[in-house]
Design a protein around this ligand. Structure first.
Ligand SMILES: C[S@@+](CC[C@H](N)C(=O)[O-])C[C@H]1O[C@@H](n2cnc3c(N)ncnc32)[C@H](O)[C@@H]1O
Length: 333
């Protein structure tokens, strides 16, 4: 069944770190962009906290189908645009008082087996947030062994990346890998059986393949730069990340853009020091408190970082300074 025709998920996405975010960016006024609209939890939170208007963006047609009642209920104050947040300045089309990015996939996406994100539910090996372009099946059935190993290692920190890549090539020579559970089994067979409390052995590899399929790291780097261009002086950029690789990009972006550290790599030549484009709202990342942790296990790994735009002109940060892995993707994104 095409994903766009699936029944809407019954279980809504519970927003992570929304309370701490709204508190840290208060007072909320003017025009905000929610670059990861999902089920609209952040957008609605911003409107309730005092934003005059919110422009939402999501690349997933499912988010747009589900948003109809919200858009009708907040007509004139809430808009939703289809596209990626790497273009948020162009999509918004006007200077912004704030930008929020709540990275990764939503529970609506994860929970629908048909979307192919989950190694716990059998479904087509898809993983495309935007429901178009090359899928995870295209990637695992066509990429060469070295590229698959690089993806697993750099995007999933999977130490058994070479062994798993070899097993994927052997398995696909028998029959193309087209389902989530088959891929999960191929991966699990290469790794020790998890002890009680340990995560599923395919967790890291599935994360890596999802990141590759959706070009999540280049999207993030471009999205941070787009937010920098779009924000008014005094405007706020709040980013919630869900794993250490994502958080490293956000942290290095803010370090470089706030002039605290021109270059995070002490062996690399120092980049040109420019006037700070952001000041940090808090020195450290904000994490979920015990109450939120108890209510929403997804908040366990979440980190929130917030920067406040200065009036210095926007500038670009080289991707290597953000810690983006730089292996060859054979013409892919
Ligand atoms: C974690 S969910 C956001 C949930 C949302 N804050 C809420 O409260 O419902 C992430 C959403 O962002 C979307 N998304 C992820 N990366 C994107 C990108 N680069 N551009 C646009 N949308 C993206 C996904 O499709 C997903 O719907």
């Amino acid at each position: 069944m095409p994903a766009a025709a699936m029944a809407p998920p019954s279980d809504p996405h519970i927003p992570v770190l929304l309370g701490p975010l709204l508190k840290a960016v208060a007072p909320v006024r003017g025009l905000w962009c929610d670059g990861t609209f999902g089920a609209g939890g952040y957008a609605l939170g911003l409107l309730a906290a005092g934003a005059d208007r919110v422009i939402g963006i999501d690349r997933d047609p499912l988010a747009h189908r589900m948003a109809a009642p919200l858009l009708a209920a907040h007509e004139g104050r809430l808009q939703l645009k289809h596209g990626t947040f790497s273009n948020l300045d162009t999509l918004a089309g006007e200077p912004l008082d704030g930008v929020v990015l709540d990275l990764g996939v939503s529970s609506m996406q994860l929970d629908q087996a048909e979307r192919g994100f989950s190694f716990q539910k059998d479904g087509p090996l898809d993983m495309r947030m935007s429901q178009d372009g090359p899928s995870a099946a295209d990637l695992v059935n066509t990429a060469d062994e070295a590229e698959i190993a690089d993806i697993l290692y750099h995007y999933g920190e999977e130490r058994a990346s070479r062994r798993i890549a070899r097993a994927i090539l052997e398995a696909r020579a028998q029959e193309p890998i087209s389902t989530t559970l088959r891929l999960a089994e191929i991966i699990a067979r290469q790794l020790p059986r998890p002890k009680p409390g340990q995560s599923h052995p395919a967790t890291r590899s599935f994360q890596a393949i999802r990141i590759a399929v959706n070009a999540e790291f280049s999207e993030l780097a471009a999205g941070l730069a787009a937010a920098e261009r779009a924000l008014k002086p005094g405007g706020k950029l709040a980013v919630v990340s869900f794993h250490s690789l994502e958080d490293r990009i956000v942290k290095r972006f803010f370090l470089a853009a706030s002039g605290q550290e021109a270059n995070a790599n002490r062996y690399a030549p120092a980049t040109e020091t420019t006037e700070p484009r952001f000041t940090m709202a808090t020195r450290k990342a904000i994490a979920a408190d015990a109450t939120e942790l108890a209510q929403n296990p997804r908040s366990r790994s979440a980190k929130l970082r917030i920067g406040i735009r200065t009036d210095a002109p926007a500038s670009a940060i080289p991707p290597a300074d953000l810690g983006l892995p730089t292996f060859s993707r054979k013409g892919r994104r």
